[in-house]
Design a protein around this ligand. Structure first.
Ligand SMILES: [Zn+2]
Length: 307
């Protein structure tokens, strides 16, 4: 592939990706070459690799991969982010983190991050270096067992998480700071350890005195725990907007969770409603802002076509 993007629609790419999980594995260090529906790829001991592009036209590549990612969202739900700069162990490192293997491939294509989805016991990873301003931008899809994308010793990780420690501390201030941290994040690296420690967190927080002036902080804690459960079930975290009144669309946009795509006049309120689109799954919400001792926001899901 010298300077080209594969000639396939997003639907065709995903149809091939879905068949990649069934490909045979090679013996030892060799690479197996294969072709599915006209697209060619290779398989190593670790992963099936479908090259999508090597091109000087970064904009064209970005336009090609965006609908592939959107279709993958529909197919597999939650889109995870993978930071390849965090995992740089060599194979001889004593505390080798297995994420270093896929991370090395992501970096070799010129990208620092990738996105991935869980498909059964596999991970589907989309790498696209078109944002890196390289002479040649590359893109590929990897299919590999999901363990390679998750950290080692998941249980130990959970106990090392500072947020888990805060929730377990029994200290009002530490618990509340952890609650607000959970409100602000969609990062699976932060939420996964909390999900694994959830039974312990529920037990440890059941009797903590949390106070709260206008709104009991207990309800904020309950919502933070509900958010962790949504993550654990693979539900996009925009689902949380419907059940809490403190999601400020401006802050959610700043966190890059949503895009404000329109405003709609609202006769009842000083501030027009905002139409927000989830950056992870594309769902749209109309958000009313009001005042009642404090500022609140009411999120209502709308169909994308109606906006
Ligand atoms: Zn969403």
């Amino acid at each position: 592939m010298s300077d080209e993007i594969v000639d396939a629609t997003p639907e065709q790419v995903l149809a091939v990706v879905e068949q990649m999980a069934g490909l045979p594995w090679p013996d030892g260090d060799e690479w197996l070459e294969w072709e599915i529906d006209g697209l060619e790829g290779q398989t190593s001991f670790l992963m099936h690799v479908l090259p999508l592009a090597a091109t000087s036209d970064a904009a064209a590549l970005a336009a090609f991969t965006a609908p592939v990612a959107a279709l993958a969202d529909q197919r597999w739900g939650v889109r995870h982010r993978f930071d390849a700069t965090r995992f740089t162990d060599g194979a001889d490192t004593a505390s080798y983190d297995r994420r270093s293997a896929p991370a090395g491939l992501v970096r070799s294509l010129g990208a620092e991050t990738a996105v991935w989805w869980r498909s059964g016991s596999d991970a589907v990873v989309l790498i696209d270096s078109s944002a890196a301003a390289l002479r040649t931008s590359k893109a590929a899809v990897l299919v590999l067992p999901v363990q390679w994308m998750a950290g080692p010793g998941a249980e130990e990780d959970a106990l090392r998480s500072p947020l888990v420690a805060d929730f377990l501390s029994g200290d009002e201030n530490r618990v509340l700071s952890a609650v607000w941290a959970v409100f602000e994040t969609r990062d699976p690296e932060v939420l996964a350890p909390l999900a694994r420690a959830l039974p312990a967190v529920e037990k440890a927080t059941a009797d903590v005195e949390l106070g709260g002036a206008l709104v009991p902080n207990r309800s904020n804690l309950d919502h933070a725990l509900a958010r962790i459960r949504l993550h654990d079930r693979g539900v996009c975290l925009c689902a949380a907007y419907l059940s809490h009144q403190f999601y400020d669309p401006a802050k959610e946009e700043h966190r890059r969770h949503v895009r404000v795509v329109a405003t709609v006049a609202n006769d009842r309120q000083w501030v027009p409603d905002r139409v927000c689109e989830c950056r992870d799954c594309g769902k749209r919400f109309q958000v009313e802002q009001g005042e009642y001792h404090y500022t609140w926001w009411k999120w209502t899901e709308i169909s994308a076509a109606g906006a």
